[in-house]
Write a protein that binds this ligand. Structure first.
Ligand code: FAD
Ligand code: NAD
Length: 452
C-alpha cells in the first residue's frame, strides 16, 4: 500500500449522510476519501425526493389551472401542459443543486474524491481496505452511506420487457400515453397523480391496497383522491408482464391492462451487495446492515448510515444519522420518525397508526376531524382528507398522528416536534391557535378525545 492510498477516514456513498461526514472528518484534520459510484447527491437529489417534488409542483399548477373556474378564475384560450418543458425545468434545477454540492465538496480542504464502485474488505484490527477498479485505499475508519435502488420483483416476463424505475421515468422527455404502475406505495401514488395531471392515462396495480402501510381507511381515502382524478386502481399483485404490440401487458389475476410504459415501484433493495463478499458485516434478512444506536456495525471501525442501516427510509432520517454521528452525546434511541407522502393533498404521518395503537396494550384515546369540517379547508376548496391524533390515556403523551389534507406534510410536524419534546396533550389543547388556519384544529380536536 503506497502512502498515497493510506487515509484516516473513508466514506463510501455521497448521498444524504456521506458528504457531511466526509467534510467533518476532513475538517477535523483527518486525511479523508469520499467515494461515489454515480453522481453526488445520491437518490434524493438525482432521482428521488427533489426531482419528484419539482415535477409535482408543475402538476399542482396544472391542477389549479384546471380548477380555476370553481373559484371564478377563467383562463381564456388554450391551456397546454408541456411535459417536456416541465421535465426540463426539473433537470435544470437538479443540475444546479448537484453542481452546488459538488462545488462545496471540491472546496473542503483535505477531502479527496474518488469515482467508482467501492468494494470493502474488512481486516481484523484494521485498517480496512477499500478496493476500486485500479487501486486500493485503506483507513482505520470507514463510513458507509450506500442507500438503495428499486427492487425488481420476480414477476414472470418482467425482465423481458423495457420496464422503468424512477430513474428512467424521470429521464423521459415525452409524456407516456398510458403509464402502468406496479406497486401502490409512496412512489407509485406520487408518480400516478403527477403523470395523470400531465395527461397520461394511469393504472396502478396496487398489490394489497394503495399506501398499504397506513390504516385501511386512510388507504381508502387516498384511493378515492386518486380515482377521482381518473386514475384506475387494480387490486392484487401483478402476476405477469409481457410485451404487447401496443406496449406492455400487465396482469393481476383475471385483469390485464396494456400500457405504453410500465413503472416498477414495489419497494427498495439495499446496495450492500455492491460492497462485494469480503465486507464481513452482519446484515439482516432484509439486506440492511446491523448497527447499534451510534451506527457502529458488527465490525469495529465501520459505521453505517442512511437507508442502508434500515432505521429510516427517508432523506431526513439519513441526513439526521450524520448529524447524530457527529455529536457524541446523541444517539438513535428515541428518534420520532415522521414522514409525508407528497400526493396532493399530502399525507403526513408520525408514530402509531390506529391498527398499531390497538395492539399496543395501551389505553388509547383518539381525536379526529374530516377536512370537510375544517374551516380553512372549506374556504380553500380543499376538503379531502382527515386529521387524526392518538393519545395515551394514562401518560397523556401523543403517540401517533395522521394528517391527510391541505398542508398535511407541514402540519404533522407540529405533532412530531411535540412528541420529540415529550409534551403532554393538554399543553397543545390549551394553546391559542390562529383562525382560520389548518393548524387551528389540532388544539380543538384534542378537546374531544374519545376511547379508541
Ligand atoms: C422516487 C423517490 C422519491 C422519494 N421521495 C422522498 C421524499 O419526498 N422525501 C424523503 O425523505 N425521501 C424520499 N425518498 C427516499 C430518499 O431518496 C432516500 O431515503 C434517501 O436518498 C436515502 O439517503 P441515503 O444517503 O441513505 O442513500 P442515497 O441517497 O441512495 O445515497 C447513497 C449513495 O451511495 C452510492 N453508493 C452505493 N454503493 C456504493 C459503492 N459500493 N461505492 C460507491 N458508491 C456507492 C450511491 O451511488 C448513492 O449515490 C424518495 C425515493 C425515491 C426513489
Ligand atoms: N414521500 C416520501 O418520503 C417518499 C416518496 C417516495 C419514496 N420514498 C421512499 O422510497 C421507499 C420505496 O417506495 P415504494 O413506493 O417503491 O415502496 P413501498 O414499499 O412503499 O410500496 C411498495 C408497494 O408495492 C406492492 N407490491 C409489491 N409487489 C407487488 C406486485 N407484484 N404487484 C403489485 N404490487 C406489489 C407492495 O405490497 C407495497 O404496497 C419508501 O419506503 C420510502 O422510504 C419516500
Amino acid at each position: 500500500m503506497s502512502e498515497r492510498n493510506e487515509f484516516e477516514a473513508i466514506v463510501i456513498g455521497a448521498g444524504q449522510a456521506g458528504p457531511g461526514i466526509a467534510a467533518a472528518k476532513a475538517q477535523q484534520g483527518k486525511r479523508t476519501a469520499l467515494i461515489e459510484l454515480d453522481r453526488v447527491g445520491g437518490t434524493c437529489l438525482n432521482h428521488g425526493c427533489k426531482p419528484t417534488k419539482a415535477l409535482r409542483a408543475s402538476a399542482v399548477i396544472a391542477r389549479h389551472v384546471q380548477r380555476g373556474p370553481e373559484y371564478g378564475v377563467h383562463v381564456d384560450g388554450t391551456v397546454r401542459i408541456e411535459f417536456g418543458e416541465a421535465i426540463r425545468r426539473v433537470h435544470t434545477m437538479i443540475d444546479t443543486m448537484r453542481r452546488s454540492l459538488q462545488d462545496w465538496l471540491d472546496g473542503v480542504d483535505g477531502l479527496e474524491q474518488f469515482a467508482g464502485v467501492a468494494r470493502l474488505e474488512t481486516v481484523p484490527g484494521g485498517p480496512h481496505l477499500v478496493h476500486l477498479d485500479t487501486q486500493t485505499l485503506s483507513a482505520p475508519e470507514v463510513y458507509l452511506d450506500l442507500g438503495g435502488r428499486a427492487a425488481v420483483p420476480p414477476i414472470p416476463g418482467l425482465s423481458e420487457v423495457d420496464f422503468l424505475t424512477e430513474v428512467e421515468l424521470l429521464n423521459l422527455s415525452d409524456l407516456p400515453e398510458h403509464l402502468v404502475i406496479v406497486g401502490g406505495g409512496y412512489i407509485g401514488c406520487e408518480f400516478a397523480q403527477i403523470f395523470r395531471r400531465f395527461g397520461s392515462t394511469v393504472t396502478i396495480f396496487a398489490g394489497e391496497r394503495v399506501a398499504a402501510r397506513e390504516d385501511a381507511d386512510i388507504s381508502e381515502l387516498v384511493a378515492g383522491i386518486l380515482t377521482d382524478e381518473g386514475i384506475r386502481i387494480v387490486p392484487g399483485r401483478t402476476s405477469s408482464v409481457a410485451a404487447h404490440a401496443d406496449g406492455v401487458a400487465v396482469t393481476a389475476g383475471e385483469e390485464t391492462v396494456v400500457g405504453s410504459h410500465v413503472l416498477v415501484a414495489t419497494g427498495r433493495t439495499s446496495n450492500v451487495d455492491l460492497l462485494g463478499d469480503a465486507h464481513g458485516l452482519a446484515v439482516n434478512a432484509r439486506g440492511f446492515i446491523e448497527i447499534d444506536d451510534r451506527f457502529a456495525t458488527s465490525v469495529p471501525g465501520v459505521w453505517a448510515l442512511g437507508d442502508v442501516n434500515g432505521h429510516g427510509a427517508f432523506t431526513h432520517t439519513a441526513y439526521q444519522d450524520s448529524q447524530i454521528l457527529l455529536e457524541p452525546s446523541r444517539s438513535l434511541a428515541g428518534r420520532v420518525t415522521t414522514y409525508a407522502m407528497f400526493t396532493d393533498p399530502p399525507l403526513g404521518r408520525v408514530g402509531m397508526t390506529v391498527a398499531e395503537a390497538r395492539t399496543s396494550g395501551r389505553r388509547v384515546l383518539k381525536a379526529e376531524v374530516p377536512m370537510s369540517s375544517v374551516s380553512r379547508a372549506i374556504l380553500d376548496g380543499e376538503t379531502e382528507g382527515v386529521m387524526r391524533i392518538l393519545v395515551d390515556a394514562d401518560s397523556e403523551e401523543i403517540i401517533g398522528a395522521t394528517i391527510l389534507g391541505l398542508h398535511g406534510d407541514d402540519l404533522i410536524q407540529i405533532l412530531s416536534f411535540a412528541m420529540q419534546a415529550g409534551v403532554r396533550y393538554p399543553q397543545i389543547r390549551d394553546a391559542l391557535p390562529i383562525h382560520p388556519t389548518m393548524a387551528e384544529f389540532i388544539p380543538s380536536i384534542l378537546g374531544s378525545l374519545q376511547p379508541l
